[in-house]
Ligand binder design. Structure first.
Ligand SMILES: C[S@@+](CC[C@H](N)C(=O)[O-])C[C@H]1O[C@@H](n2cnc3c(N)ncnc32)[C@H](O)[C@@H]1O
Length: 263
């Protein structure tokens, strides 16, 4: 990534680090995504494994797996995010098993000589990377044979955003929600569909599964919708659970968690 772009990403995250946890804890979608991601991590039995968390932010996932006995290297470009993560780790039982590194993801992978069992990245850090094939090579080098890559990616299209934009008469946004959200979402993010992501990583990784999040429930940027549709929520949450691992619905979810294994 170009230096100016990287500086922008770093400054943005330095600016939000102080209120990041509070924002996420208040946001229903984020709470659902976090718990689903951590449920998937648990299925990998992280105890005793070495884990690389890329774009660790305030460290919730690094702390979660370190408490199950994993030894974690947690990387982030933002010093304020790392400070918040380090503060939390001091009060945590697993905290001593985490090594924090301030670095750009691509540079870290370039310079890295260690092999990990798992490489994880939650909540869009991978969306900041333009050159996914290069990332794929770096990630594969950083993994032991048979190692796994588990990442959460912000999708390019989103069915629930289409419907909720229609309900609020934002027709242009509804149109782009179905075609390409790169047209209006925050600059600097590279939005890709699960199929595109799978292809970009295919040289080094085989798909294990993709799990959609935010298929029927409003995505995190539409948190305000929850008040208006609260009577529908139990049904939407149930539909969300049923649609989660369905390939068709996953293509239209706000985020997806992609699990891949090194070839
Ligand atoms: C939305 S936050 C997610 C944080 C954390 N993974 C979570 O689940 O809460 C994205 C994080 O990725 C970091 N990040 C974005 N691009 C990065 C890059 N190129 N290198 C290192 N960190 C990066 C940001 O600083 C930020 O902390």
């Amino acid at each position: 990534m170009k230096k100016e772009k990287l500086d922008e990403v770093r400054d943005f995250h330095n600016g939000i680090a102080g209120k990041y946890d509070e924002l996420l804890q208040k946001n229903r979608f984020s709470v659902i995504l976090r718990s689903l991601f951590q449920k998937i991590l648990s299925e990998y039995g992280p105890g005793g494994k070495t884990v690389l968390d890329l774009g660790c932010g305030t460290g919730d996932d690094a702390l979660f797996i370190s408490e199950s006995g994993a030894v974690v290297t947690a990387v982030d470009i933002s010093q304020n995010m790392l400070d918040a993560a380090q503060n939390k780790s001091r009060a945590s039982i697993g905290g001593k098993n985490i090594r924090f590194v301030k670095s750009d993801i691509e540079r870290f992978l370039n310079d890295n000589n260690t092999k990990y069992d798992l490489l994880i990245s939650n909540f869009d850090a991978i969306n900041y990377i333009e050159d996914i094939p290069a990332f794929s090579n770096g990630a594969a080098c950083a993994l032991k044979p048979g190692g796994s890559l588990i990442i959460t990616v912000l999708n390019k299209v989103c069915l629930s955003e289409f419907f909720y934009s229609l309900l609020t008469f934002r027709f242009s946004r509804a149109y782009w929600a179905l075609l390409n959200r790169n047209k209006y979402l925050v600059n600097g993010l590279w939005l890709r569909s699960p199929g595109e992501m799978k292809k970009l990583l295919a040289e080094n990784f085989t798909l294990v599964s993709a799990t959609g999040v935010g298929i029927f429930i409003p995505p995190h940027n539409l948190e305000g919708m929850y008040g208006k549709i609260s009577f529908l929520l139990p049904a939407l949450l149930q539909a969300e659970k049923l649609g989660r691992r369905n390939r068709f619905f996953c293509n239209f979810s706000d985020h997806y968690i992609i699990e891949m294994v090194k070839k």
